[in-house]
Write a protein that binds this ligand. Structure first.
Ligand code: NAP
Length: 238
């Protein structure tokens, strides 16, 4: 049985990944930070194993890794999905807010990859799937820090793919457009209509759309794909 670890899996895109991988017969490990009720409900529904840890905290990530190893569940696939948004003019963002955003989106991705990559390299098999964003490719006004973190994730993906390709480990990232999750809960109906008007496929993305792309990158169907940035954006480029 293959095992996937999904960070930030209690809600949204991560939870959709947990449902899909469980449906496909994988052992699913779900990391989350706060939302015990959502995580418990997901575990009841999918049978996934829960690991509560803040991915921005390196010690917490290594403690999670040790617990996963102790239980014999070292993952074949790591999905670095945990993320938080940060809206506002760059010059007015409080540094602490920016630190939290970079800590989760960027350093969380690095922390988890550092913790779980060695066992993949040792086995000469594995896949890392990172969550970037269309904003990481084209940049967004009022989301400058977020765009910066997501652009760094693209760079990280491409560089690490080169470094570990010979070890049989693939590293790719997803670049979602606007996906209908809690992260976009602050959008008004008018905002959503304006965005949908500019999306070639004429709808917001669903968490399930991103989960299907993650499953593809995790599967043997993507055996010759590494260092790629796969858009899941309905054709929308921001
Ligand atoms: P979401 O619905 O807001 O869910 C975020 C998840 O991340 C939750 O499970 C949350 O757990 C977890 N999380 C947050 N901080 C964490 C931390 N420090 N450690 C561990 N878990 C943490 O977000 P989403 O829309 O599904 O987004 C998932 C990923 O896709 C993010 O990386 C996001 O940047 C990216 N993305 C999203 C969109 C979009 O339009 N939604 C577009 C492009 C990219 P708790 O609830 O327990 O805190």
């Amino acid at each position: 049985m293959k095992t996937v670890l999904i960070t930030g899996g209690s809600r949204g895109i991560g939870a959709a990944c947990a449902r899909l991988f469980a449906e496909k017969g994988w052992r699913v490990l779900v990391n989350y930070r706060n939302d015990d009720d959502a995580a418990d409900a997901l575990a009841g529904e999918t049978g996934c194993e829960l690991f509560k840890a803040d991915v921005s905290d390196r010690d917490a990530v290594y403690a999670m890794r040790d617990e996963i190893e102790r239980r014999g569940f070292m993952p074949d696939v790591l999905i670095n999905n945990a993320g938080v948004a940060l809206f506002g003019l760059f010059q007015y963002i409080e540094p602490e807010q920016a630190d939290r955003m970079y800590g989760t989106n960027l350093f969380g991705t690095l922390n988890c990859t550092r913790a779980f990559l060695p066992s993949m390299v040792e086995r000469k098999d594995g896949a890392v799937i990172n969550l970037s964003s269309v904003w990481g490719e084209v940049g967004a006004s009022c989301e400058v820090d977020y765009s910066t973190a997501k652009a760094a994730i693209v760079g990280f993906t491409k560089a690490l793919a080169k470094e570990v390709g010979f070890s049989g480990v693939r590293v790719n990232c997803l670049s979602p457009g606007v996906i209908d999750t809690d992260m976009n809960a602050s959008l008004t109906v008018a905002d959503v209509e304006a965005i949908v008007d500019s999306i070639p496929l004429e709808r917001l993305g669903l968490a399930e759309d991103v989960a299907k792309a993650a499953y593809f990158l995790a599967s043997d169907e993507a055996a010759y794909i590494t260092g790629a940035v796969l858009p899941v954006d309905g054709g929308w480029k921001g």
